[in-house]
Design a protein around this ligand. Structure first.
Ligand code: NAD
Length: 470
């Protein structure tokens, strides 16, 4: 039965639209829900409402705002199971991971609201008192992708609200549903206009990026779209935070234990079927442990349970949408054509939905698509090196710079190598660890600005110098 119980939240009211979006369950390839798609006039109404609400909201204290965000987190916690099931249906990820995504959304939100943003005293002497205040920007437009819609909405939403801004939030047209439900929950908690949630197509994102009534865009998505947002934002010099794609390298040194690290590395490559900005997307392994690591990863792949995320046995769900599925198939075909060795996986499942088995590839040319592009799917290349300097150079030889990792029995040696990766985050003996208190974001073309932590929060505020001649 087609679900149609979804509405926008505009100025504290739930609203439909003339236009609609059809939402496909990627595990079946079938439309299972329909939701409204906002037009320009509805965006204008939402922006006007957010501007009106800003006047009072900016005057509230951090504590008051933290309390309301805490109430939203509690409400999400209370509805975690229902929301997780909806998230699995629209996004495809296994139910346990959908629950985990929602769980992380509220713990990260609560964490961020424990960060103090005090007035900073720069000078205080007999002549002058100079302070740095941080003030909210106004209306923040939040635009999110389809791979982790709840988590990637919760971070910017919390940051914007906590720092005193009002919000217009737009999820991806592929995964709008759970976000619209969060809008319904927010309606019960925040004053009208403080949080607005609008579903719509890509054009809605473009209208937001150009909109003169929006002061900042917090965008998470691909590099190509990020560049368009940056260009559109120039209309009124909007502030922007861009969280974009990655092609994360993991360097495995000769002293690492392949058996011990393979399960963790495998998870960092293939969780959410590789559709994670900070997934490991390239592995550079020292020649001494190359074969052993390849085999240990292939073993993990052979044992992986792929299927509908609603089945509790499933560890890896489908690719989220047909376009991405076809792109990953194209990369897989290119990989095979170029003579690389497929150690495990490499199968496109002959069943409804968009399933490709976790695929481990060895002996692949550095200039292949799989190494050069962000695959954003369940296929990972393992390359060999003999000189660590060469591995570092290859890891850095990309326009991306989101994150990376170094794996070794000697964490201090690995740390020195990690510090040379041209990325926003370099991990040692782990990958994909984030926290509300640690900034996350990309170097190079992987982004601009940071989310989370005091660094991220300051990106939602304007620094204002108050200088007093005594
Ligand atoms: P996408 O760029 O296609 O879409 C993201 C959002 O932008 C969607 O809501 C879309 O409707 C909207 N959009 C499309 N055109 C627009 C325009 N011209 N102006 C404004 N908005 C527009 O990305 P996607 O395919 O949904 O997501 C996958 C990408 O996101 C991958 O590259 C992935 O690495 C990246 N990502 C990055 C992070 C991070 O934190 N760095 C996190 C998750 C995903």
């Amino acid at each position: 039965m087609l679900r149609t119980d979804f509405q926008h939240l505009i100025d504290g009211e739930l609203a439909g639209s003339e236009q609609t979006l059809e939402v496909i369950n990627p595990a079946t390839g079938e439309v299972f829900a329909r939701c409204p798609a906002a037009g320009r006039a509805q965006l204008d109404r939402a922006v006007e409402a957010a501007r009106r609400a800003f006047t009072a909201w900016r005057g509230t204290s951090f504590e008051e705002r933290a309390a309301l965000i805490g109430r939203l987190a509690s409400a999400l916690r209370a509805q975690q199971d229902t929301l997780a099931e909806l998230l699995t249906r629209e996004q495809g990820k296994p139910l346990a991971q959908a629950r985990d995504e929602i769980g992380r959304a509220f713990t990260q939100s609560e964490g961020m609201t424990r960060i103090a943003i005090p007035v900073e005293t720069l000078v205080d002497d007999e002549k002058s008192q100079i302070e740095l205040h941080y003030v909210p920007l106004g209306v923040v437009g939040v635009i999110t992708p389809w791979n982790a819609p709840v988590n990637l909405a919760a971070g910017p939403l919390t940051a914007a609200l906590y720092t005193g801004n009002t919000v217009v939030l737009k999820p991806s047209p592929y995964t709008p549903l759970t976000t619209l439900k969060i809008g319904e929950i927010a309606r019960e908690i925040f004053p009208p206009g403080v949080v607005n949630v609008l579903a719509g197509g890509d054009e809605l994102g473009q209208w937001m990026s150009e909109h003169p009534g929006i002061d900042k865009i917090s965008f998470t998505g691909s590099v190509a779209t990020g560049k368009k947002v940056m260009a559109s934002a120039a209309t009124n010099l909007k502030r922007i935070t861009l969280e974009l794609g990655g092609n994360d390298a993991a360097i495995v040194l000769e002293d690492a234990d392949p058996q011990a690290i393979a399960p963790r590395m495998f998870f960092a490559c293939f969780v959410n079927s590789g559709q994670v900005c900070m997934a490991i997307k390239r592995i550079y392994a020292h020649e001494k442990i190359y074969d052993a690591l390849c085999e240990a990863l292939a073993e993990q792949a052979r044992n992986a349970k792929v299927g509908d995320g609603l089945d509790p046995e499933t560890q890896f769900g489908p690719i989220q949408n047909r376009m991405q599925y076809e792109r990953v198939i194209g990369i897989l075909e290119d990989t095979k054509r170029r003579g690389a060795r497929i150690l495990a996986g490499g199968e496109v499942l002959d069943r409804p939905g968009y399933f490709i088995t976790p695929t481990v590839v060895a002996d692949i040319a550095e200039d292949s698509r799989l190494v050069q592009e962000e695959q954003f799917g369940p296929i990972v290349p393992v390359m060999k090196f003999s000189d660590v300097e060469d591995a570092i150079a290859r890891a850095n030889d990309t326009r991306y710079g989101l994150s990376g990792s170094v794996w070794s029995a000697d964490p201090q040696r690995a740390r020195a190598i990690a510090a040379r990766l041209e990325v926003g985050t370099a991990w040692v003996n782990q990958h994909r660890a984030t926290s509300a208190f640690v900034p996350f974001g990309g170097a190079k073309e992987s982004g601009l600005g940071r989310q989370y932590s005091i660094v991220g929060l300051k990106g939602y505020m304007e620094p204002r110098v108050v200088s007093v001649l005594k």
